[in-house]
Design a protein around this ligand. Structure first.
Ligand code: HEM
Length: 512
């Protein structure tokens, strides 16, 4: 009865909940409960900690370090705090960071539009929303999200993409695009009369990924040079700006509204105009039902689709570039795995779903890539109500309403407890595609061991099948044409909207 009354006051009297919680927060009493209760991260601690446990203008460009800070010293713990940590500052909702795969899975499954389910937390994507608009599949929650999800289901769904005639159309154009771009690299080597060349691949991968998306998938006709030299750099700057903007621009002023005093603001405005133009070019295929537009069943006016298209363009470019760059950079440091991929793809002429499925080792490489170096390194959630979550093995955690939750995929996937020698037979931090084959042979496939690389549950990535197809094709075709190795063994990560190899995927190429 008292709890019900308090809930009513919480919901209807602004600030009531904050006030009610203040004494508990001041005394440092945990708002969490259950047998899998997180332990608290001290805000002030001397010595050794990688960073402060929240983003600010001096650490926002090192988000993985911020996450790592939550688990500083956690490996010395034996209880649930080893993988579940929280931070609470009086007057603010708690922040829960979890690298516990059971809890990650439970919260991802319990995210959606039903009463009391978790929302995707919009806090980390405020910069994205300012650049693309708020009414998007990525940013929206509740009924708006559900409506958009249904609209996207058909064009992106596996049944559409893998329908034989649709698939052949895409696979053929995708393949031609990739082959044409790789031939340019090949020609470059031959023209210089050299067998070897050191090439930073990230810009090449980005341009191919954008071309596949705009021209093949959405049926636009944008010249490659235009994509590579104008649209890709503009999108890169917009994405960099999004990350900075989320942390630094607390007032929420769009760069488009600012006077053009500095060169940076003037450039940002040019970039936004370029993004608008790209979106219009992609929308241009709709009238003639080119590419994916054939499958798009909606009478929404073009204007209403712009925000989502921008999310697809910027988001998919980031994620597919990250995924392919990591796969190539891991293979560049692992000659044996590279040769095994070559053996698996050397006779594939057509990338049919069956052929891709048969190239098992390529699949293991891609799974291992997303496990060890996930493109989206954390999934943000927010509790819309006081909630109990329960893991598949019966552990429970109470999470109070409004808690910001960071599902820390990066550290979950790299922890020895979850993916190490005792569990998979290989160290968690090593790139070992074979672990997937060995687990499958023991009947413990990817359904049991989730890497969350495409998320999980109702908000799982709708572009998963398209993305996998694109990345499989690029990596497969690349290995078929070149041998490559990295100049150094270290493979550091940089992170913004997604993670990527810090060295720009620099490799020494050699023609096969
Ligand atoms: C191949 C590389 C890709 C990776 C690794 C990837 C990863 C992810 C992940 C992890 C999520 C879940 C986020 C969360 O739970 O908070 C997600 C969601 C999403 N992805 Fe992808 N993605 C990829 C490609 C794509 C492509 C090609 C598109 C579209 C063209 C796309 C569009 C989206 C959208 C719109 C969402 C939000 C879905 C929702 O909230 O319902 N992704 N992606």
């Amino acid at each position: 009865m008292l709890t019900n009354l308090l809930n009513i006051f919480d919901n209807y009297i602004p600030g009531f909940r904050r006030l009610r919680q203040a004494p508990r927060q001041m005394m440092g009493i945990s708002p969490f409960a259950g047998d899998t209760r997180p332990t608290r991260v001290p805000v002030f601690r001397r010595g050794g900690r990688p960073s402060l446990p929240f983003p600010h203008p001096w650490n926002y460009d090192q988000p993985i370090r911020i996450l790592e800070t939550y688990f500083w010293g956690a490996d010395a713990e034996t209880g649930p705090g080893r993988h579940n940590r929280y931070l609470e500052v009086p007057g603010f909702p708690a922040i829960l960071v979890t690298r516990d795969p059971g809890i990650i899975r439970a919260i991802a499954n319990d995210t959606g539009d039903r009463d009391g389910q978790f929302d995707r937390d919009t806090l980390p994507s405020t910069g994205i929303a300012r650049a693309t608009g708020k009414d998007t599949l990525l940013f929206a929650n509740g009924a708006t999200w559900r409506r958009q999800r249904k609209l996207a289901a058909s064009p992106f769904g596996k049944t559409t993409l893998f329908q034989p005639e649709m698939f052949h159309e895409f696979a053929a154009t995708f393949r031609d695009t990739v082959r044409a771009r790789l031939n340019v690299l090949r020609q470059h080597l031959q023209d210089n009369g050299r067998r070897h060349a050191l090439v930073p691949l990230e810009p090449e991968i980005k341009a191919v990924m954008l071309e596949m998306l705009t021209n093949n998938f959405f049926g636009a006709h944008i010249p490659y040079e235009e994509l590579r030299n104008r649209h890709v750099p503009a999108l890169e700057r917009i994405i960099d700006h999004i990350v900075r903007d989320t942390v630094v621009n607390k007032l929420g002023i769009s760069v488009r509204w600012l006077p053009r005093f500095s060169r940076r603001i003037a450039q940002a405005n040019v970039d936004h105009a370029c993004f608008e133009e790209l979106t219009s070019l992609v929308l241009g295929g709709r009238k003639e039902s080119r590419g994916l537009w054939k499958q798009f069943k909606s009478d929404a006016p073009d204007e209403a689709l712009r925000s989502n298209l921008k999310v697809f363009l910027a988001g998919a470019l980031e994620a597919t570039t990250s995924y392919a760059s990591w796969a190539i950079s891991h293979l560049a440091r692992n000659a044996v795995a590279q040769e095994k991929v070559f053996e698996a793809v050397k006779d594939i002429q057509e990338y049919t779903p069956e052929n891709l499925d048969r190239a098992k080792y390529l699949g293991y490489v891609l799974d291992e890539t997303l496990r060890l170096t996930p493109s989206l390194y954390f999934l943000p959630r927010q509790a819309t109500a006081d909630t109990w979550v329960e893991t598949a093995d019966g552990r429970r955690m109470f999470i109070p309403k409004s808690t910001h939750v960071l599902l820390d995929i990066w550290h979950a996937n790299r922890h020895e407890d979850h993916w190490g020698v005792a569990v998979t037979g290989h160290p968690a931090l090593d790139f070992v595609p074979e672990r997937w084959a060995e687990m499958a042979a023991l009947g413990r496939g990817s359904k049991e061991h989730l890497h969350f690389g495409f998320g999980h549950g109702p908000r799982v990535c709708p572009g998963k099948h398209l993305g996998q197809l694109e990345v499989g094709l690029v990596v497969g075709a690349f290995v078929k044409m070149f041998k490559f190795r990295a100049p150094g063994l270290r493979n550091e990560a940089k992170a913004g909207v997604s993670t990527k190899p810090a060295d720009g995927t620099i490799v020494e190429l050699e023609l096969r």
